[in-house]
Design a protein around this ligand. Sequence first.
Ligand SMILES: [Zn+2]
Length: 475
Amino acid sequence: MKKNTLPDIKTQFSEWYLEVIAAAELSDQAPVRGCMVIRPYGYAIWEQIQKNLDERIKAQGYQNAAFPLLIPQSFINKEKEHVEGFAPEIAVVTHAGGDQLEEPLVIRPTSETMIHHMFSKWVHSWRDLPLKLNQWCSVVRWEKRSRPFLRTTEFWWHECHAAHATYEQAKQDIEQAHFGVYKKVLEDILAIPVISGKKTQSEMFAGATATYTHEAIMQDGKALQSATSHLLAPAFAEQFGISFQDETGTQAYPTLSSWGATTRLIGALIMVHGDQKGLILPPRIAPIQVMIVPIAKAETKEAVMQACENIHEQLKNKDIRVHIHNDDQSTPGAKFYYTELRGIPLRIEIGEKEARAQQATLANRVDGSKNVIAMSEITMAVQNKLEEIQQQLFDRALAMQQAYITDEDKLSEFGPRIDGSSGVAKTGWCGSKECEAQTKQYKMTIRCTLESQKHAHCCVCGKPSITDCIMAKSY
Ligand SMILES: [Zn+2]
């Protein structure tokens, strides 16, 4: 078994990221450039994320459905801003069945156009609203520079789409999605603290009137857009002919909205929680929460394995995701390495001495601390320890995020500093595109505008600020 040879997380973060993904067998490169293969362990993490999102999405009244992968090109061309935004990234099928197609088909980059086409058939009266659907699928957006989980040509996601009778209802639903679903899953389940706000006009989803975002800060000080929710421009309903008779008998257009979160959340987990030994997964999302490691010689094996299986049984009965690392070929050191690299939050070590004393040693993946627990108290101790680790990871990530954020007044002062190393600036902005564009020279963007306002002046031109915002480099 090889030793831990991961690149230094502090000085070679990007290499460290790629190596963790390869060594922990999360994903692999696909033969098509820019595409990734998600390996079973990576997919098991995605399934946990899916499960947590899916139950909340359904609780908000959305139903799952499936729409086609192929979209007539004319659909994409219908909404002007949508097509301009997506044109550089779309892949088009021109030939099929041995012939050139009469109308080229776009491989979905997102499904607004297809779903809105269907909405126009299904929405006639106010009684048909709200119509709320979700789809789990993959989409294709051609990427020139890819990075596993963060930016790949094909990625997996969920996309929710809704039609509401009024703008107010759409806004309320999208805020419930953004804060009631996404923020809860990000912070309570993935233990990733986020900065929540709105995208500026230039960073909005193509065709939206408002895009809400949650920005997470990675260990290298860069921001990662982690989930977005959009209120769509009236043009979508008009172009796709979705209209309904309201309660007064008047013909009206519904307000459309969409929201999505992708496999990049796996990238966020790696970059927020990982350490020099590899991945660290928060217990609520870890496919394996507890790894039991037997440490036994041939002559003591039976007693040790008996104790391991006993604990395994007890924990399984409490719905704890637990495995026994009973591979005879590996040394205890190799088993520890395997468990640590994969970010399994809690390890239980049982040797001959422990088996005889009816005890077990719990090892915390986050801080390496160990506790010896009586076998009779193991279930409760494990449950408590998993909760403790979940909180520990959130607190640690929050401290890391807070340490990066500084209140700033002048772009000319913080720009070069953040460009040269890292950091997240909280500052004022006058709302002009010209001032926003100035951030680019330092490789930064406005990640989001904030609700609360503290800064009086724009950090670029010095004129009165209309909103506080967050500026940072990003993935
Ligand atoms: Zn300005």
